[in-house]
Design a protein around this ligand. Sequence first.
Ligand SMILES: Cc1cc2nc3c(=O)[nH]c(=O)nc-3n(C[C@H](O)[C@H](O)[C@H](O)COP(=O)(O)OP(=O)(O)OC[C@H]3O[C@@H](n4cnc5c(N)ncnc54)[C@H](O)[C@@H]3O)c2cc1C
Ligand SMILES: Cc1cc2nc3c(=O)[nH]c(=O)nc-3n(C[C@H](O)[C@H](O)[C@H](O)COP(=O)(O)O)c2cc1C
Ligand code: SF4
Length: 641
Amino acid sequence: MTTFPNLFRPFKIGSLTIKNRMVMSPMETHLCDKEGFVTEEIIAYYKERALGGVGYITIENTTVEPAGRVNDGMLCIHDDKFIPGLKKLTDSIHSAGGKLVLQLSHAGREALPYFTGLEPVAPSPIPSPLTKHVPKELTIDQIESIVRKFAEGAERAVKAGFDGVEIHMAHGYLVNQFFSPESNTRIDMYGGDTVRRSRFAREIVESIRRQVPGDYPIICRISADEYTETGLKLEESKEIARILEQAGASAIHVSACNYASAFYNIPCYYLEEGCFVHLAEGIKPVVQIPVLTVGRIVNPAMAENILKENKADLIVLGRVLIADPHFPNKVKEGRIEDIRTCLSCNRCIESISDKKLVCTVNPSIGKEGASYGEKTTQPKRILIVGGGPAGLSAAHLLSARGHTVTLWEKESQLGGSLRYASMAPGKEPVRKFIDYLIHQVKKANISILLEKEATEASVKQFAADVVILAHGAHNVPVEIDGIKGNGVLHVKKAFATVHSLGKNIAIVGGGPEGCELADFLASQGKKVTLIEMRRVLGLELVAHPRYHVCERLKKLGAHLHVNTKVTEVGHDYIIIRRRREADQKLDGFDNIVTPILHQPNPALATPLQALAPEVYTIGDALGGRTALEAITEGTEIGMKI
Ligand SMILES: Cc1cc2nc3c(=O)[nH]c(=O)nc-3n(C[C@H](O)[C@H](O)[C@H](O)COP(=O)(O)OP(=O)(O)OC[C@H]3O[C@@H](n4cnc5c(N)ncnc54)[C@H](O)[C@@H]3O)c2cc1C
Ligand SMILES: Cc1cc2nc3c(=O)[nH]c(=O)nc-3n(C[C@H](O)[C@H](O)[C@H](O)COP(=O)(O)O)c2cc1C
Ligand code: SF4
C-alpha cells in the first residue's frame, strides 16, 4: 500500500489512459541528430524514463516547420521523412510499458537564425528579449500556413504512434507571442483583445481536432503568468484556458514565463518548491478539462497534497526525471531515500545551449543503454581515499559489482566539499544528495572508516589491489600582500566556523564560493563586503543561480565591488584598487576571508603510484572542478575496474 494514494490513482485524458498522476515534462535533450531525426541515444534516454514508471512522457519540443527550430538540437516533424524514426521511438516506449505525447512547437522570434539560416517570424516585429533580433511580422497567409503546419505535425504524430500531442503555447514561443500583449501589437483579427490574441491558438487546436481521432488528446501548454510587467497574468490566462477548452483542447498544462523572465521559468534552488502551483490552482475552477501543474515539484508529499487539495489533476515532473528516471517507481515502492536528488542547479538547461544534455548528478544521460551493474569476474580489494562525491560514487558501484571496498575519510563526516556547498541558502538539495550518496554506500557492503587519514605508510600497509585517490583538490591560498600571519580565513574554514565569526566581514573573491559565502553570512545578519576583480560576480556559476544570488546579495545590502583588486590584506583592513583610481583602505573588519585555488593534488598520488598494482586519481584531486566531473569520474571508474 503506497503512502501516496492520489499520486498512483489512474487517470484519463481522452483516449490516453495514464497509470498514475505523474507526467514527464517536455525537455529538450539535444540527443537527436543535427537534422532533427530520432537517434538510438534519444530512444534509450526515453525508454529508461518509461521503465522508471512515469504515467506518460511528453517528448521534447519538436518543430512543425524549419523556421520554428530554435537550434540544431531540436527534433523535427515538418516532413513525412521524420515519421519512421519517431515510430521507432513510440514502439520502444510502448514496449517498455510507457505512454508518450509529442510536444509540437514553433519558436517564432526565439528561433536562432544562426542555426536555421531563416528569418525568425512573430506576430509583430518586436525583438526577442534574448537575441535582440527583430523578427519579421507574419502575414495572414503565413499565419494560416503555420496553423496548417501544426495540424500536419499532429497528423504525423498520430501516424508515428504517439498517444497524444501537446501544443507548446508557453515560454515565449510563437503561440505565446500571439497571446501576449507584450509581443503582439497587431491591429488585425490576430491582435487586440484576449479573444483576438487567442485566435491563432484557437485555430491551431481546431485544425488539429479536425485531423485527429475524436478523443485524441490535445494538451495545451500555456504560460499562465509571464512574470513580466506587461505580459500575461493569471486573470487573462483563465480566459485563454476557456477559449482553448471550447476549441477542443483536452487538457491545460500550466507553466509560466517567457524569454524575458527565463530566470524563473526553470526554477533553480533559490525559488520555492512548487512555485507555479498557484497558477494551475487558478485555472482549475474555470475549465472542465484536466489541468496539469509543473515547476520544481520534487517532493512526493507535495505532489500528493496538490492532488488531494484538487489544485491540479496531474503532476508534471521535469528535472527530477533527468536526475533520476526511476523517481516514480521509487516513490511507489517507498524507497524515497534511494531517489537521486535533483539539485535544481540548472546545469542541464545550460548544457543544451551548445551541446547534449548533461546532469550534475546523473552521469548516465545519453548512455542509458550501458550496463552499470555487471558483476565482476575478477573481484579485487579496493581502497578508496576520500568520501566526497567522487569517492562515494565509485564506492557503491564497485561494491555492487562484487569488489571488496574500503573507504577512508579523514574527516568525521562523509560528503567532502559538497558539505560546504550544502550550507549556503537554497542549497538544501545538495544536503539531500549527500544523504542519498551516503545511503547508497551504507546499504552496500563497504567498510567505511571515518577520521582515517591516508598516508603513504598506511596505504602501503593496507596493500590493496587497487587504490582510488578521491581526496579532493589541494587548497592553495591566493598570494596577496599581508595574507600571512594576519589571521585571514579561507572560504571553507569560514563556512565551517561561522559561529565564531564577527559582525563585519570582508570576502575577497566573488567567484561562486565567495558569492555563496557572502549570501550565507548576509542572510545571518552580518555586514558583508565582497570584492571581485573581474567584471561580474559568480562568473563560473550557472546563469540562473548566478542571477538570483546577485539579486539576493543586493537585497541583503551586501557591499559589492567588481572590477576591483585587493592589493593588501591586514588584520582588520584591506586595500582595494580600481582601474585608474587611487588605492582605498576599507577597515573595521572582524574577519577577512580570502579565496583558495583548487589545484591538482599529487601529494598522495605521486608516492603511491608504485605501491599498488593499480592506482587511479579521480574528481577534484585532478584539479578543482564541480560535482559533475567528480560524480562522472567516480562512476566511470566504478564501471571500469
Ligand atoms: C563552498 C563550495 C561550494 C560548492 N558548490 C558546488 C555546487 O553548487 N555544485 C557543484 O557541482 N560543485 C560545487 N562545489 C565543488 C564540489 O564540491 C567539488 O567539485 C566536489 O565536491 C569534488 O568532489 P571530490 O570527491 O573529488 O572531492 P571532495 O569533495 O573535496 O572530497 C574529498 C574528500 O577526501 C578527503 N580527504 C582528503 N585527503 C584525505 C586523506 N589523505 N585521507 C582520507 N581522506 C582524505 C576530504 O576530507 C574530503 O572529504 C563547491 C565547492 C565548495 C568548496
Ligand atoms: C533541459 C531542459 C530542457 C527543456 N526543454 C523544454 C521543451 O522542450 N519544451 C518545454 O515546453 N519546456 C522545456 N523545458 C522546461 C520544462 O519542461 C519544465 O517546465 C521546467 O523544467 C520546470 O519543471 P521542473 O521544475 O519539474 O524541472 C526544459 C527544461 C529543461 C531543464
Ligand atoms: S543538472 Fe542539476 S537541475 Fe538539471 S536535472 Fe541535473 S541536478 Fe537537476
